[in-house]
Design a protein around this ligand. Structure first.
Ligand SMILES: [Zn+2]
Length: 851
């Protein structure tokens, strides 16, 4: 009896600590529901907010909704890196569901000023609700099933009417892999009695956290670049539906309240028509009203902005939609003490549910305005383009059609229309060839998107940036480009529009040789192909000098960096080698030239010491607490996904147990490396002397200097002439957010004869810089691979002081050390994955960085 009495008492105590809200806590009270639609509680076995939903549970509930409710259908959009199927719910009236494809096509038709609008007033609105792009910001993804259930099952007249007029797309989790990682962590540290103590391990997820996706990328910076399947799938759906509104539900630091856009007007990107801000503001009044009704505090016109179009709330603005960012103070775990009081996970979910529904309410009332906003967006784009000084942009690389095709492919995914050119052209000192160039006319619907990807920007109304200040794509991809006016348009004579990019054909010049085969290192993906060849056991040499050789009885010039496969001393006979190389060339689209004599017309002969054998790369990258996870993820993604080269990510805290002899390349990303002991540093020094090579990025300079592995001397900062004593107090918030170098493109002078620059033909290399630590160039000859030019600014914001300081400083250095080498990149050569212009430099460093 005693026991029976105690148990309910205990449960009572626990239930107070862990009060679980009923469904009415989240959703409009008094709603009648269709009982045939399963509630989230009946499906999960708990009310959302009790535990964190794993992606699997979330996705399977959404699938069930689609199978049980006639208002709901489901689109499979892609598969994440970790094999999680990605999907989106479509919720609308059963009648609209029957007619969905026609409604979608009509909607797209109405946006094109060239087609005659059919029934704009009757066509449904498209509202896209997007949740939790950052894995450790879970309130959005946990709100999604509640919103979906309400829309699928509510019997209210208001919801019925809304679904007659609206197609609601629920992108219920934008980052399945990160979301799963976080749920798994936080559920596994949850106590029965929720404990708000911030010292609890529940709130300190281990490095690298789960904000990013599988490769630790921030998917909310990837909307323009589509480096990941998650974003690629999303952009495809975005353009299939072109929503009138797209919401982006995030979380921010715990000691805050709730934020919804419009954000800071002075920091809106000037390419977006002002009507967008005004409409976002109007929609904001609906969020304000609903949050006021429950006494939830918020702020709206500070901190966040819509400048960088790679973010989920800004990309829609550049595409005729209204993108809206929501930021909820995070409980991180289940219950957390904050400066504003004890914040529960359900509370954070409720704010996301409420603002999802207030968005839908606003869309009803502003139906007409939203439709004409989108139609006007495209109409005005065409009108502006016809008045614009330029007709279009030409881009390409006469030595590497692959990188040009990569960029063309990316533009096509953004619905940009491209053309090939008929004639070769010589513009601003650059040759553009028809087979390796593309023309982008500006007179098209994506006029504004094209501008943002091609224009250099150096004038800013506001010098505070939430993210980077520029992203001019041809510089990132190392491609030449030119604005085309009427006169040049006649010279290039563009051909019809191209919708797909055919694979580039390979060629074999000459027959089977008894001497060997040559190919250049120009193609973007050369090192991927090369690694494949090395794994087949084929011996490959790299030329360190230019030369000319007889190919098919004609003399042909080859640059330094040309690859040579001798016939002798290979694991296969000459005939097999010829066949194998032919197949390999076809697979990768490589042009091969057979040579029949080792005697060259000019420069070193093929048996000279200027042809050095390439060792199979064995790459180690230190990883772990205190190191820049973003940079590690980028390198991992670059090698693993783009180049198909294995890289060992080893924990920096266990470095003492490593045998460096198993590797020939060590990558050190930004970080202090204070945890490395003397045993490791002794091993490291002797490993480098014996031929090992270190590739170090950015703030790893401190470690190199400390260990005497490289000498990098800091440059003393120039004075700006501004007096900090009179910096207004009122500007302090902007100063906190802003950086004097928020992410800006600069020109460096490149030594194109250096082994790290093999395959580079232009003397100017553009680099992307965040942060203002500068180093002097090496005083030793041949050690400076790239140095900032005297007037380095290409695009983006930089303070006068930093611009003055950086001229002539070091960008890339290589110092020999015994038989090994240390290579230092002052800037991130793999920035956000899309900075492809420097990938070859990174791969050169890995394959022959200690030549
Ligand atoms: Zn976020």
């Amino acid at each position: 009896m005693k026991k029976l009495f105690l148990i309910p008492l205990l449960l009572l105590v626990i239930s107070v600590m862990n009060a679980q809200p009923a469904i009415d806590y989240y959703l409009p009270a008094g709603t009648q529901y269709d009982l045939s639609v399963p509630t989230p509680q009946s499906y999960f076995g708990f009310v959302p907010g009790t535990f964190h939903l794993s992606y699997d549970k979330l996705a399977s509930y959404m699938e069930t909704l689609a199978s049980k409710a006639d208002r709901v259908s489901l689109i499979r959009t892609g598969v994440s890196h970790e094999g999680n199927p990605m999907m989106m719910l479509v919720i609308t009236s059963p009648a609209n569901q029957q007619n969905l494809e026609k409604l979608r096509v009509d909607h797209l038709c109405n946006l094109d000023p060239a087609s005659s609008p059919t029934a704009i007033r009757r066509d449904p609105l498209v509202v896209w609700l997007g949740y939790s792009v950052h894995g450790n910001e879970p309130s959005g993804g946990n709100a999604a099933p509640l919103v979906a259930y309400y829309l699928a099952a509510s019997q209210s007249e208001e919801v019925r009417k809304m679904l007659d007029q609206t197609i609601v797309l629920i992108d219920f989790c934008l980052n399945p892999d990160g979301f799963n990682r976080f749920a798994s962590w936080v559920n596994s540290r949850k106590s029965l009695v929720n404990n708000p103590d911030v010292n609890s391990v529940e709130f300190s997820e281990p490095w690298p956290g789960s904000r990013g996706n599988h490769y630790w990328f921030d998917l909310n910076r990837d909307w323009l670049w589509m480096q990941h399947p998650e974003t690629e799938a999303r952009i495809e759906q975005f353009h299939r539906w072109k929503p009138h509104i797209l919401t982006d539900h995030h979380e921010m630091g715990s000691n805050s309240t709730f934020f919804f856009q419009p954000g800071v007007n002075s920091r809106s990107n000037p390419l977006v028509p002002p009507a967008n801000f005004a409409l976002t503001q109007k929609i904001g009044t609906y969020h304000a009203k609903e949050l006021d009704a429950i006494g939830s505090l918020y702020f709206t016109e500070e901190m966040f902005d819509d400048y960088y179009f790679g973010k989920g709330s800004a990309y829609p603005d550049l595409n005729g939609s209204i993108g809206i960012l929501f930021e909820q103070a995070s409980s991180r775990g289940h219950l957390r003490r904050t400066e504003y009081g004890v914040l529960s996970f359900p509370y954070t979910i409720r704010n996301q549910v409420i603002t999802s529904l207030s968005t839908l309410k606003a869309s009803q009332d502003l139906n007409r305005e939203l439709k004409y906003n989108q139609i006007d967006f495209y109409k005005s784009a065409l009108a502006e383009s016809s008045r614009f000084a330029l007709k279009g942009y030409l881009f390409g690389d006469q030595h590497d059609p692959y990188r040009a095709d990569l960029m063309a492919g990316l533009l096509m995914k953004h619905q940009v229309r491209l053309q090939r050119i008929k004639k070769p052209a010589f513009i601003n000192g650059i040759h553009y060839l028809p087979e390796s160039s593309w023309y982008v006319p500006l007179n098209q619907l994506q006029f504004r998107l094209i501008r943002t990807l091609f224009e250099e920007v150096t004038q800013f109304a506001d010098s505070t940036f939430y993210d980077v200040s520029t992203w001019t794509l041809p510089y990132a991809m190392g491609l030449s480009f030119a604005g085309i006016d009427d006169k040049n348009l006649a010279r290039i004579s563009p051909e019809g529009f191209v919708n797909t990019i055919p694979p580039i054909a390979s060629s074999m010049t000459g027959d089977q040789s008894q001497v060997g085969y040559l190919f250049t290192c120009d193609p973007y993906h050369l090192h991927k192909a090369l690694y494949d060849l090395l794994t087949q056991g084929i011996r490959v040499n790299v030329a360190t000098e230019p030369f000319a050789a007889q190919v098919n009885r004609q003399s042909r010039r080859f640059m330094q960096g040309t690859l040579f496969v001798p016939v002798q001393f290979q694991p296969v006979d000459g005939k097999t080698l010829y066949r194998q190389l032919g197949e390999w060339a076809k697979k990768y689209g490589i042009d091969i030239s057979a040579v029949n004599s080792a005697y060259t017309v000019e420069g070193p002969d093929l048996g000279s010491g200027s042809f050095t054998q390439i060792a199979m790369p064995k790459v180690l990258c230190l990883t772990g607490e205190g190191l820049a996870s973003r940079e590690i993820g980028q390198i991992w993604h670059l090698l693993d996904v783009k180049f198909y080269i294995p890289v060992t990510l080893a924990d920096v805290n266990r470095a003492d147990q490593l045998n460096l002899g198993d590797y020939n390349t060590l990558i050190l990303v930004s970080g202090s490396y204070a945890q490395l002991g003397t045993a490791f540093s002794d091993q490291l020094k002797s490993w480098v002397r014996n031929g090992g090579k270190i590739i170090a990025l950015r703030s790893a300079a401190g470690f190199l200097n400390r260990e005497g592995l490289m000498t990098l001397k800091s440059v003393r900062k120039e004075s700006s002439g501004d007096n900090p004593a009179i910096t207004p107090w009122a500007d302090r918030n902007n100063d906190r957010i802003g950086s004097s170098l928020p992410g800006t493109i600069f020109a460096t002078r490149l030594d194109t004869t250096h082994p790290l620059a093999f395959g580079y033909h232009q003397p100017i290399l553009s680099v992307f810089r965040t942060g203002s630590q500068f180093y002097e160039p090496s005083p030793t000859a041949w050690e400076n691979v790239a140095v900032y030019t005297d007037q380095p600014l290409i695009s983006g914001y930089v303070s006068r002081k930093d611009l003055k300081t950086m001229a002539g400083t070091s960008a890339i250095q290589r110092q020999k050390s015994g038989r090994g080498a240390v290579i230092y990149f002052a800037d991130d050569p793999v920035f956000r994955g899309y900075w492809t212009g420097q990938h070859k430099m990174m791969l050169n460093a890995i394959f022959w960085g200690n030549l």
